[in-house]
Design a protein. Structure first.
Length: 297
């Protein structure tokens, strides 16, 4: 059996990122938190935390973190079943890519969370990196472009999120009057989410032979800012079609390369063993997502 005080200290350090902030959150001294974590490490005979800024779980700590989160949910579900609906909601941590959060996930979550006993904590990262949050035990499930499941996990296809290359008619007239060409793209500014965002570079390389980093681009770490800045003629953007459907319908944005869409297959990754009510919720999320995203013919 786990000692609740020891695991509480471990979880607080992981959540807060440092022993002093964990101590403040638990209303303990830093020394007391440190002693409890060391006692837990002695119990398992392994280092569970890398002491740094921030403190992060080691491989063994990640394994413990995953089990503790599932145990918490099982306990909360048992209390809810035995004590009735008066028990408060359970927190679910999920990792998603920013474009999914902008384009389709809110509607899916609104439908699936209605009437459920859960609140959701979303962590946002690039679709090629969200599974790392799952591996570290920081989330219970994630939306990822990675198709192969990690050990102990399942990966289910959700469908493809279609991206289009879009800009305003004014921007297109100014920068692509002679058509979208390699020469024009080497001068016209694009929009990137952050330095992890390799999608536009891969798109330009595949269709126009432009090497990564050899095209001008603004960094805009917000999916909504992509649309906002594109509408202000700041740049062209590779954006989910679902996210700009109203702007395409009104003519505020146009698809610059309708014959060259870019589809990104997305997958739902989750640990194989979940609390029953969590598993039911995850089934509903997967079903709702497949109804929204593009499915193979």
């Amino acid at each position: 059996m786990f000692d609740g005080k020891l695991t509480e200290a471990f979880l607080a350090v992981v959540r807060e990122g440092s022993f002093d902030r964990a101590a403040a959150a638990l209303h303990l001294t830093q020394s007391a938190v440190s002693q409890r974590v060391r006692a837990l490490e002695s119990r398992f005979g392994q280092t569970l935390l890398t002491r740094g800024r921030p403190c992060v779980p080691t491989g063994a700590g990640q394994t413990l973190l995953r089990y503790l989160d599932r145990i918490r949910l099982l306990e909360e579900e048992a209390l809810r079943t035995l004590a009735g609906p008066g028990e408060g909601p359970s927190r679910l941590a999920l990792a998603v890519n920013a474009d999914s959060l902008h384009a389709w996930l809110p509607k899916v979550l609104a439908e699936t969370l209605a009437g459920s006993p859960f609140t959701v904590e979303l962590q946002v990262d690039n679709e090629d990196y969200t599974h790392q949050l799952l591996a570290r035990g920081e989330v219970l499930a994630c939306v990822s472009a990675r198709f192969e499941p990690m050990r102990g996990c399942v990966a289910e296809p959700l469908g493809a999120l279609r991206y289009i290359c879009a800009a305003t008619p004014r921007f297109a007239a100014r920068h692509f009057a002679g058509g979208v060409s390699r020469t024009a793209l080497l001068r016209a500014p694009g929009l990137l989410y952050n330095r992890k965002d390799a999608m536009l570079g891969a798109y330009l390389s595949r269709h126009f032979g432009i090497s990564e980093g050899h095209y001008p681009a603004h960094l805009m770490p917000s999916s909504q800012a992509f649309v906002d800045f594109a509408l202000l003629d700041v740049g062209y953007v590779l954006v989910p079609e679902l996210a700009v459907a109203p702007q395409l319908a009104s003519g505020a944005l146009i698809d610059l390369l309708p014959a060259k869409p870019h589809d990104v297959p997305l997958f739902w990754h989750a640990w194989q063993i979940q609390a029953p009510m969590v598993d039911v919720l995850f089934r509903r999320i997967v079903t709702a997502a497949t109804a929204v995203l593009r499915q193979p013919d």
